[in-house]
Design a protein around this ligand. Structure first.
Ligand code: NAP
Length: 290
């Protein structure tokens, strides 16, 4: 059945894949975008109704949620998550939106050193009070980390010691998000940790990348001070740096580890492993070969 669905953050990693998938499946997809640019125009060309707005502006969000059956909400690691979540809850209630799929993260906890992870936990509790059917997603680190932290040198310099996770691609999460938006009832009140196909440490990740790329990739474990220098050198915000330093410690302590079959069960297909993700993003690695 065709549904009217709103995708917030549709120009970002999970939102873009979700909007595209829902359009392919014939739904009426409205996307909330902060500005018209080539990304929003691309979505419009695929058939999306694009609405300019901002989740920190309740009125624009109220307009965007008019007539919507269900929505996907994601917000970057940036100040304002709780304000944004409160606005989403309010606008959804005003317009009788039946379901909300909320992007959180695996490290969301009441007690955590990361301000962003704690805010995700509070945002979850806030949405739990909403009359809509709410589903929280708690993915481990995205596979997209392998591109966003790639510096072309072939060395993964990260502070993750020998701890493990199963990197999950945004496209795999999109199939879960789409399935819940299409049929929210079985997922109401549920919280889903999401993982990719295979749990690996970063030495194993580097070996999988080497095999797929046909050139040597290595992992060099670093300390938090060095990681902080790298993050600041990349111009990351204080909010992001605080978060990443805190979750690096979580990562070492196994908070990002784990496996389940929810992506297959809900999304209908096995998630990608590292090799599959690298293969799909081959052109990126070729263009950033160093
Ligand atoms: N990366 C990871 O490894 C990881 C792991 C677990 C969980 N997560 C969670 O994933 C979430 C981010 O999801 P993502 O990676 O799919 O998104 P993303 O790529 O970071 O993109 C964020 C999207 O939100 C939009 N946006 C930003 N501020 C907005 C505002 N005020 N009003 C309306 N739209 C706004 C952005 O638009 P513009 O591009 O125009 O700014 C963009 O479309 C975070 O909550 C994070 O905790 C990430």
């Amino acid at each position: 059945m065709t549904r009217k669905l709103l995708v917030i953050g549709a120009t970002g990693k999970t939102g873009r894949h979700t909007a595209e998938l829902l359009l392919e499946r014939g739904h009426h997809v409205r996307t909330l975008v902060r500005r018209t640019d080539e990304r929003s125009e691309r979505l419009a060309a695929l058939g999306a109704e694009t609405v300019e707005g901002d989740v920190l502006d309740l009125d624009s969000l109220a307009r965007a949620t008019e007539g919507v059956d269900a929505l996907y909400f994601t917000y970057p690691i940036a100040p304002g998550l709780i304000d944004a979540t409160a606005n989403v809850a309010q606008a959804a209630e005003e317009n009788g939106v039946g379901a909300i799929v909320n992007m959180s993260q695996i490290s969301a906890r009441r007690r955590t050193a990361s301000n962003a992870a704690r805010q995700h936990w509070v945002a979850e509790r806030l949405l739990d009070r909403a009359p809509s059917a709410v589903t929280h997603l708690r993915p481990t680190f995205f596979a997209e980390w392998l591109t966003s932290m790639w510096d072309g040198s072939g060395v993964l310099r990260l502070p993750f010691a020998d701890a493990r996770h199963a990197p999950i691609a945004a496209a795999d999460q999109a199939r879960v998000i789409a399935a819940v938006l299409e049929d929210p009832a079985p997922h109401a009140g549920r919280t889903y940790p999401l993982y990719g196909a295979v749990e690996l440490d970063h030495h194993e990740i580097a070996r999988a990348m080497s095999r797929e790329l046909g050139r040597t990739v290595t992992y060099e474990p670093i300390e938090l001070e060095e990681f902080e220098r790298i993050l600041r050198g990349r111009g990351m915000s204080q909010h992001m740096v605080q978060h990443l330093l805190a979750v690096a410690v979580d990562y070492r302590n196994g908070v990002f580890s784990g496996m389940n079959d929810l992506v297959k069960q809900i999304g209908g297909e096995d998630p990608l492993d590292v090799a599959g993700f690298v293969a799909r993003n081959r052109s990126f690695f070729d263009e950033h070969a160093g």
